[in-house]
Design a protein around this ligand. Structure first.
Ligand SMILES: *[C@@H]1O[C@H](CO)[C@@H](O)[C@H](O)[C@H]1NC(C)=O
Ligand SMILES: *[C@@H]1O[C@H](CO)[C@@H](O)[C@H](O)[C@H]1NC(C)=O
Ligand SMILES: *[C@@H]1O[C@H](CO)[C@@H](O)[C@H](O)[C@H]1NC(C)=O
Ligand SMILES: *[C@@H]1O[C@H](CO)[C@@H](O)[C@H](O)[C@H]1NC(C)=O
Ligand SMILES: *[C@@H]1O[C@H](CO)[C@@H](O)[C@H](O)[C@H]1NC(C)=O
Ligand SMILES: *[C@@H]1O[C@H](CO)[C@@H](O)[C@H](O)[C@H]1NC(C)=O
Ligand SMILES: *[C@@H]1O[C@H](CO)[C@@H](O)[C@H](O)[C@H]1NC(C)=O
Length: 416
């Protein structure tokens, strides 16, 4: 079928110019003239291509490009609006879909569907109400050979027009789209955030099944986008903690298509900021140190972003800020108690106190004390042993008295 035959000549001429490069080189100047003429008389770009240069009498609203999945259906959102006086919605309206030839535009567009029922090559179905100017169409069971450029046409009594300026390019993929995981940026611990996994839904009658490694009972819902296409989502609110940092959320979309199930998966890694945790201080060398030697105090903590460290020495007059940095090394003069504080934008944490103990006169005092203690214990033990011996000796049952006992000058012999 040929529409606008009067325009074909012009188009053909331009095509010849483009196809033969040698001619093109020679005719650059002429072509420029032709182009200029064209831009004066005809609309540029796609309009000039598919409408053969004339202003379209009829426009539809539909995506320029739609992607479909083999074996799945494709719901094509479509609306139109016409102020044309010839259009009378009380009269019968025929919706027509034509397939364009993407190779050469000179080729006529082929009718693949006529809502009158005369033609339906691909079992299309108009699911919109044409009386309300809704031309939404369901394309079932796509295969790669359906990938093409499609044009919509309306035939209503005296009004017959093709939306040549709004072709729909259908692309057919064999593997499904990876779902998208949406997490707000700049995550911090204690925040409650909504995590969403969404998947493109070409066929809202059969939306993809979404599963993820968060809570399994997340409710699935399919919603309409601004352009009339659909998206299926699952959402969950999570309260972040430091354990979520580095956590991988993976979401998979399962599309049920004719002849099986197609699955695609996406993964995102969470990055969560948190205040310092597990802050601790260590000393090297450990144990007693002698005055005049170096000790190294080291602070460690888990924090995001990485923390800064400050060292404090405990004193009677309040704690003194003695050093900044993870490591604090110094020449020991006297013993003391130290702790470090790790801090970042989100907070700070104090380590347990560590003791720097010095061995010198204090140490000898220690030794004397220890010697005294040992001596004390030895004495105590000796005392106990002596007492025990004495006690046993005097309380020993006198089976064979060594000396007779005299009572009132009478010798009494104890008989056992
Ligand atoms: C259709 O859209 C084109 C621009 O894309 C415009 O020039 C033309 O007037 C429109 N036609 C109608 C009938 O609204
Ligand atoms: C539309 O068509 C109906 C019936 O076919 C007719 O009665 C009516 O006058 C028409 N309206 C216009 C605006 O032409
Ligand atoms: C669509 O069908 C109607 C009714 O059979 C017919 O009048 C019309 O010409 C057809 N349109 C196209 C573009 O084939
Ligand atoms: C879907 O399309 C394929 C290829 O054209 C065909 O073999 C199959 O029978 C179709 N299935 C349905 C349910 O239409
Ligand atoms: C998250 O995924 C990345 C890259 O896929 C991997 O290197 C990392 O080990 C994973 N993390 C966890 C906690 O599984
Ligand atoms: C530590 O300080 C003392 C006294 O100021 C000094 O004699 C000693 O050499 C220092 N030790 C080291 C290892 O620097
Ligand atoms: C500790 O002292 C350093 C320099 O003397 C200073 O920059 C830092 O802000 C102090 N830190 C605290 C926590 O007082």
């Amino acid at each position: 079928m040929i529409f606008f035959p009067q325009m074909i000549f012009t188009h053909f001429y331009i095509l010849i110019c483009f196809r033969d490069s040698t001619v093109m080189a020679a005719l650059t100047e002429n072509m420029l003239t032709v182009n200029m003429l064209l831009s004066v008389f005809f609309l540029p770009g796609a309009l000039a291509e598919d409408c053969y240069g004339i202003t379209p009498a009829f426009n539809i609203t539909t995506p320029n490009t739609m992607e479909a999945l083999t074996g799945s259906c494709l719901q094509i959102p479509c609306t139109y609006d016409t102020e044309n006086t010839k259009y009378n919605s009380s009269r019968r309206i025929y919706a027509v879909w034509m397939k364009g030839d993407t190779q050469i535009h000179l080729h006529p567009k082929v009718v693949i569907f006529n809502s009158s029922g005369t033609v339906n090559t691909y079992q299309l179905e108009i699911i919109g109400n044409l009386k309300e100017k809704i031309c939404t169409t369901l394309f079932p069971n796509l295969t790669t050979r359906h990938a093409d450029k499609y044009f919509f046409r309306i035939e209503n009594y005296q009004f017959r027009a093709t939306a040549c300026a709004n072709p729909l390019q259908i692309k057919v993929k064999d593997s499904p789209w990876s779902p998208s995981i949406y997490v707000p940026s700049d995550l911090k611990e204690h925040q409650s955030v909504t995590v969403t996994c969404s998947a493109f839904t070409p066929c809202p009658n059969s939306p993809p099944e979404l599963t993820w490694n968060l809570q399994q009972d997340s409710l699935r819902h399919t919603e309409k986008n601004r352009d009339g296409t659909f998206t299926t989502k699952i959402q969950e609110i999570i309260t972040l903690s430091d354990t979520h940092d580095g956590y991988n959320i993976s979401c998979s979309a399962r599309y049920s298509v004719i002849g099986g199930i197609k699955t695609a998966e996406t993964e995102v890694t969470l990055s969560v900021s948190y205040a310092p945790k597990d802050t601790s201080a260590s000393i090297s060398p450990s144990g007693l140190v002698s005055a005049g030697s170096w000790v190294e105090l080291s602070c460690s903590s888990r924090a995001k972003p990485p923390p800064t460290f400050t060292w404090f020495r405990i004193s009677e007059h309040g704690d003194i800020n003695v050093s900044v940095g993870q490591i604090y090394s110094f020449n020991v003069t006297e013993g003391g108690e130290y702790y470090c504080v790790a801090s970042n934008d989100l907070g700070q944490q104090k380590s347990p106190v560590i003791l720097v103990a010095v061995e010198d006169d204090q140490a000898s005092e220690f030794q004397i004390l220890n010697v005294l203690k040992i001596l004390g214990i030895v004495l105590l033990c000796t005392g106990v042993i002596i007492f025990e011996c004495w006690f046993r000796f005097y309380n020993k049952p006198k089976k064979e008295p060594e000396e007779p006992t005299y009572v009132n000058n009478v010798m009494v012999t104890t008989v056992s």
